[in-house]
Design a protein around this ligand. Sequence first.
Ligand code: NAP
Length: 557
Amino acid sequence: MTKAANGVQAAGERRFDVVIVGAGFSGLYMLHKLRGLGFSVHACEAGSDVGGTWFWNRYPGARCDVESMQYSYSFDEALQQDWHWSERFATQPEILSYINHVADRFDLRRDISLDTRIETAAYDEAAAEWVLTTQEGTRIVARFCIMATGCLSAARIPDFPGMADYRGRIFHTGHWPHEGVDFGGLSVGVIGTGSSAIQAIPPVAAQAGHLTVFQRTPNFSVPARNWAMTEAYEQSWKRDYAALRRRAREETRSGTIYEFSDKGAFAVDAETRRREYERRWQAGGANFMHAYNDILIDKAANDTAADFVRGKIRETVANPQTAEALLPHDHPLGAKRICVDTDYYETFNRDNVTLVDVRREPIERLTPAGLRTGERDYAFDAVVFATGFDAMTGALDAIAISGRGGATLKEAWSAGPRTYLGLMSAGFPNLFTVTGPGSPSVLSNVIVSIEQHVDWIADCLAHLRKHGIGTIEPEQTAQDDWVAHVNEVAHRTLYPQANSWYMGANVPGKTRIFMPYIGGVNVYRQLCAEVAAEGYRGFRLVGAPALQTGQERHAAL
Ligand code: NAP
């Protein structure tokens, strides 16, 4: 009986109504939600524990740049009241302990297989089922497959010649050793100056004997001005949590409550603008971006904010040449994800830190001792690759996914990801992505987006079960229209002007297309709700034998 209820049918094959790939923020909530609805559901996680991005990204200085009171689940009032965040911006260890708390609190672990990497996912058309295989060859069969694989989980190390020659230690910020790394007194090279590097560089510099930072493109960064949580601030959220969460979900574009301005940058004079930027700079965090409502739309407005930040960099960095090299000029402020730092620019005033501009001095290869640029050889005890991710599509590409007629997702997305609402892709029935390309996802407080996707998918599956519908799949025209809309909205903004990972521009050979949906989580949420209310407009729903859910099985036994 227990075996049947668990859906285990034979050694080497496991059957469920739903299989979830990934046990980070998305996978855990998806599991909780579907189990609550009585589906038999199982999650497979490649890592040796839950946590997804927060399990892997353990580099020194890692913390979230969305405030902790907002970067947390809202689905359970008791959870959000009980949990105490100790800082304004939570560290990686604290977020990971929160995720573990959630897994234990909702007894999720019994339905998660850890250390289980999914290698293939193939749609069996005749049976209308997904067949997944793990690296150990176990088959997992389920009517529905939900990819909760994360948008920034496929770490990327550039293909420098000589990688195998290097005799020191190599790290990637997104695959940090669990035991930590002691850089005490070592000579260290960090490659990259994105969000991860900007967080890691100050603590690594504080430990290392010498740190050399290899920068290809300077980024804009604003100070976090983190502080220890105060009772008053915590209560200002907890007193009215449900209403504030609703506001973030339904009334903001980013799923985060900031001080939004209803003015354009040129609605005020230059001195008023400067004071406003200064006020926000001193308060810290990405709230800086919301000083005026046209910063990400109008280049001239953007320039006013970008000039202000460039001025701050010049003021902070003592060596004028280093300061000039750190000034971002090639993209509008915020068109690449804005970085939020603690003492990043100040770190370049340390005697043990050197900045190398790899546009002037390109990295040619790794050598046994370190690396060689166009100008000279560098020797390092350790090299840290803070070189980012094959974002949004990388984790999906890493699984051989094939849909109708054996067509692969990789081929279907070869000219850029094609989805309807970022939830599903034509030709891949019953396959869902949580916060996939074509949804607000990485442009938002991702937990808000995760909760919206999970709730929508769960409602959808309950609807299919109720109506005896076997498969759901986007109509080709609905998908084509959505892809066009995602592009069109993106091009109304300054975002496509940057060579960002949003555009796939950080991966050589990847199609350049703006992947997330920029229309705002509020607008998007409404759209998704309307689509469902109109009988899943734009989706093809086909009847089939009803699902045998865990609950129904129990009832039948
Ligand atoms: P990233 O933003 O893609 O930055 C990668 C860095 O590596 C860039 O500076 C890039 O330079 C450089 N790089 C890549 N290939 C290179 C090469 N061949 N030679 C020299 N430099 C190279 O990656 P990330 O810093 O890991 O951040 C990714 C995203 O994760 C962030 O945008 C953010 O959404 C998220 N994140 C969030 C937080 C947070 O919440 N605080 C922290 C970390 C990450 P180019 O710019 O020239 O390509």
